[in-house]
Design a protein around this ligand. Structure first.
Ligand code: NAD
Ligand code: MG
Length: 389
């Protein structure tokens, strides 16, 4: 049998490690030829992964780590490359399937390169859709590539959305765990540290997405992502807090039915669905024990304590590249919070100020995405020195 050629962008991250686990579960080297693995800082892990799966290329986006990676892979026959240009070039090598698992806007160019080469894109990197918006989808369509959402909520919606009857869909219900501060008064949230904010109650994820889950900026990005993927005139987009993270999202239909996808909080189910699609492969992941789960709780989100949700709604309404502005400002503010330069509540404050100052630039082309991102970053960087809520 012909092996499927795959690349994993961001293989050293949380999504990347889970993807390699799924690849192993679904046949490993017998079933897959791993063409490219990429990472940035964790050269040891990247080298170990590349050797374990017999990758053809290992790439670090950090040019200064070339020698270190080269040394680790000496004698293995694995090709080594480094730097952002090499990353984009190798992401564009022809493969059947690419996992887009880099975090942030840095994932946009390599993901586009993969799509342009015709690979099916398993999209974990939400920033491609949030910042690239309609332009990203246009590029995917132009390339004739297929986009499979991996973000658990969007994967859930993808699984239960009846695409044969688009008019029957009334609402998309994105579930949210509410994060570690779901019940906290705002005064208590003011002084939280990055360590506390990164401790997600249900999901084990990368540090940045975990902190974004605490501020609900992750859900804000996911609202924009859902609007890009599943939005249609007359269709409502709702956010529902569901602390157990068992229902991964739902679709409401015009006959009153609501279809949901449920599962243990483990990204390997969504990754496996994208790797097996359109088939549903067997996966060794935890099965839901409903008696143990015992109850499912729901509550409306609080947009006063979590302004990120309101900002996402405003970005969707504004259209254009408002999503790129929201995300660019958020990425800078998040870094500043991690570095201890601003407080937790300042993240939303700075994003809101950036959106007010920059507005929604016109989506004239991919270059405009980078310009909007840069403008938002510049604005936010200026504010990060002087703001403290
Ligand atoms: P992570 O921080 O664990 O890993 C990110 C990966 O990207 C690593 O391989 C890292 O080396 C690489 N990387 C970081 N900065 C880079 C740069 N500037 N250039 C090139 N490579 C870079 O992140 P993660 O949690 O795996 O998330 C990856 C993406 O998937 C994010 O967009 C996130 O929002 C999304 N996502 C993650 C989860 C999850 O459970 N972890 C769930 C849904 C969606
Ligand atoms: Mg998600």
């Amino acid at each position: 049998m012909q092996r499927r050629r795959i690349s994993i962008l961001g293989s050293t991250g949380s999504i990347g490690v889970s993807t390699l686990d799924v690849v192993e579960q679904l046949g490993g080297r017998e079933a897959f030829e791993v063409v490219v693995l990429t990472g940035r800082d964790n050269i040891d892990l990247l080298a170990r992964q590349a050797v374990a799966v017999g990758a053809r290329h290992a790439v670090t986006s950090d040019a200064s780590r070339y020698a270190a990676l080269k040394e680790r892979l000496a004698g293995t026959g694995i090709e080594v490359a480094a730097g952002p240009d090499a990353l984009v070039e190798l992401a564009g090598l022809p493969v059947d399937w690419t996992m887009a698992g880099i975090v942030g806007i840095a994932g946009l160019a390599p993901t586009l390169a993969a799509a342009r080469s015709g690979a099916t894109i398993a999209l974990a990197n939400k920033e491609c859709l949030v910042s690239g918006g309609a332009l990203f989808i246009d590029e995917i369509e132009k390339a004739g590539s297929t986009l499979l959402p991996v973000d658990s909520e969007h994967n859930a919606i993808f699984q239960v959305l009846d695409t044969a009857q688009p008019d029957a869909v009334e609402r998309i219900i994105l579930t949210a765990s509410g994060g570690p501060f779901r019940t906290w008064p705002v005064e208590r949230m003011r002084d939280v540290t990055p360590e506390i904010a990164a401790a997600h109650p249900n999901w084990s994820m990368g540090r940045k997405i975990s902190i974004d889950s605490a501020s609900l900026f992750n859900k804000a990005l996911e609202m924009i992502e859902a609007d890009r993927l599943f939005g249609a005139p007359g269709r409502r987009l709702e956010v529902l807090v569901h602390p157990q993270s068992v229902i991964h999202s739902m679709v409401g239909y015009r006959d009153g039915s609501v279809l949901a996808q449920l599962g243990a909080p483990d990204m390997r189910t969504a990754i496996g669905y994208a790797l097996g699609w359109p088939a549903r492969p067997a996966l060794s992941v935890e099965r839901l024990d409903f008696a143990k789960v015992a109850r499912l709780d729901f509550e409306a989100p609080d947009e006063t304590r979590f302004p990120a949700l309101r900002l996402a709604r405003e970005a969707i309404a504004a259209g254009g590249l408002a999503g790129a502005v929201l995300n660019g400002a958020k990425e800078v503010a998040l870094e500043a919070f991690i570095d201890g330069r601003i407080g937790f509540l300042d993240i939303a404050l700075i994003v809101e100020q950036a959106m007010e100052a920059i507005g929604a630039p016109a989506a004239t082309g991919i270059d405009a995405v980078y310009e909007a991102d840069k403008a938002a970053r510049g604005f936010a960087a200026g504010r990060c020195g002087v703001t403290r809520a």
